[in-house]
Unconditional design. Structure first.
Length: 369
C-alpha cells in the first residue's frame, strides 16, 4: 500500500462501503424491530435519500481525486499544441506529483530542443549562405569583367566549393549519427600506427604555419576494436582543429599512452586559449569561440561534434580542458582490445618537428627514445 493513489482509492471505496453498510444495517434492524416509521412509502424515501447521500459522497471524492489531474490535462494539451512554457504545480508526494515533476522536466527538454532546432536551422542557413555569397560575388565579378578568369580566381572558387562540400558532408554525417545510422565496421586497429600516419600527413601543413609539433608514442602497438575509417577521420579532425586554431609560431604536443584496459590520447596546443564557459560547449555543433576562432581561421564548428560522436560510438570519452601551452587540450580515452605488453610510460617514440618536420615517415615515429 505504498502507492499514494492506491491509498486514496482504497480509502474512498472503503468509506463509501462503510457508509452503505451502516445505513443498510440500521434500516434492517429497524424493520426487524417493527418500527412503524418504516411503513408505507417511508422506506422508499429513505432509500432514495441514501442513494442521494452516497452519490454526493462519491461525487465529492471524485472531485477531490480529479483536482490534481486537471492541471496535468491542461498542460499536456498546451504542450501538444506546441506551447512548452506551461508548467504544473508539484505539491504532494504521490504518483500525480511525481508525474507533474516528470511532465515539467519533459516541457523543459522539449523547450530546450525546440530552441536548439531553431538555432541550428539559423546557423546552418548562415553557414551555407556564406560560401554561396562568396561564390556568387566572384562569379558575378568575372561575368562583369571586374575580375579576370585566371587560375588564381578558379582556385579561390574551388576553395569555397570545398568548404561548402565539407560543411554538407559533416552535417550529413552528424544527422546519420543522431539517428544511429552512421555505419561502423569494427576490427582491430593499431592506434599507434594511425596517429603516426596522421602526423605524417599533417606535418607539412604544421611546418608551413611555423608550428612546432612534438609527438610521443608508445613503443608497442596499441590496438582497439574500432572502425579504421572513422578513427582516421577522428584523428584528422583533431589535427585539423589544432592546425586551424593555433597561432603561427606556436606549438602542438601529442601524447599517446596506454594501460592494460584503455589508451589515452592527448593533443595540446598553444594560444589562443578558450574561455572557461566555452569549454563545455566545444562539442556542440556549429559552436565556435568567435573571439579567437573566427570564420576566417576556422570551419563551421562541426569537427569536434563529429569527434564526440565517433569516440562515444567506440565506447570512449573525449574531454576538453586548458592546455599548459596556453591553448586547448583534448583528451580521448578508448578501451584497448587487449593488454599491451610493457609499460606505456617506459618506452615512447618522440618526434619534434618544426622547420625540419617535412617529409618524415611513419617509420621515423617508431624509433625508441
Amino acid at each position: 500500500m505504498n502507492s499514494g493513489i492506491t491509498r486514496k482509492l482504497f480509502l474512498a471505496i472503503f468509506a463509501t462501503g462503510l457508509v452503505t453498510m451502516t445505513a443498510t444495517t440500521l434500516v434492517v434492524r429497524a424493520a426487524l424491530a417493527g418500527q412503524s416509521w418504516l411503513g408505507g412509502d417511508n422506506l422508499m424515501y429513505l432509500t432514495l435519500l441514501g442513494v442521494a447521500l452516497l452519490g454526493a459522497v462519491a461525487l465529492r471524492l471524485a472531485q477531490r481525486l480529479l483536482v490534481p489531474v486537471t492541471p496535468l490535462l491542461e498542460v499536456t494539451h498546451r504542450m501538444a499544441m506546441g506551447d512548452y512554457s506551461a508548467r504544473v504545480p508539484t505539491a504532494g508526494a504521490d504518483e500525480l506529483a511525481r508525474l507533474a515533476v516528470d511532465l515539467n522536466r519533459l516541457a523543459d527538454t522539449l523547450s530546450h530542443n525546440d530552441r536548439l532546432r531553431r538555432d541550428l536551422l539559423a546557423d546552418i542557413s548562415h553557414e551555407l549562405r556564406t560560401p554561396l555569397s562568396v561564390l556568387r560575388g566572384e562569379i558575378e565579378a568575372m561575368e562583369d569583367g571586374v575580375r579576370p578568369l585566371t587560375q588564381d580566381a578558379l582556385a579561390s572558387l574551388r576553395v569555397e566549393v570545398s568548404l561548402l562540400s565539407k560543411l554538407i558532408d559533416d552535417l550529413y554525417e552528424l544527422s546519420l549519427s543522431d539517428v544511429g545510422a552512421l555505419t561502423y565496421e569494427f576490427a582491430p586497429v593499431d592506434i599507434t600506427e594511425r596517429v603516426a600516419t596522421s602526423v605524417a600527413a599533417f606535418g607539412d601543413w604544421f611546418e608551413a604555419k611555423g608550428i612546432s609539433l612534438s609527438v610521443h608514442l608508445p613503443d608497442d602497438a596499441v590496438f582497439v576494436n574500432g572502425d579504421l575509417h572513422r578513427l582516421t577521420q577522428l584523428l584528422g579532425n583533431l589535427f585539423e582543429n589544432s592546425l586551424r586554431y593555433t597561432d603561427g609560431g606556436g606549438a602542438v604536443r601529442v601524447y599517446l599512452s596506454s594501460t592494460a584496459t584503455q589508451l589515452r590520447l592527448e593533443i595540446e596546443d598553444s594560444a589562443p586559449g578558450v574561455p572557461d564557459d566555452a569549454l563545455p560547449r566545444l562539442f556542440e555543433r556549429l559552436f565556435r569561440v568567435e573571439a579567437s576562432r573566427s570564420r576566417r581561421s576556422g570551419g563551421a564548428g562541426l569537427g569536434l561534434a563529429l569527434c564526440k560522436h565517433i569516440v562515444e560510438a567506440h565506447g570512449g570519452q573525449i574531454i576538453a580542458r586548458h592546455s599548459p601551452l596556453g591553448g586547448l587540450a583534448l583528451a580521448i580515452t578508448l578501451p584497448c582490445q587487449q593488454p599491451v605488453s610493457g609499460s606505456a610510460n617506459s618506452a615512447c617514440a618522440v618526434l619534434s618537428c618544426g622547420a625540419s618536420s617535412a617529409g618524415f615517415s611513419p617509420q621515423a615515429l617508431t624509433t625508441l627514445c
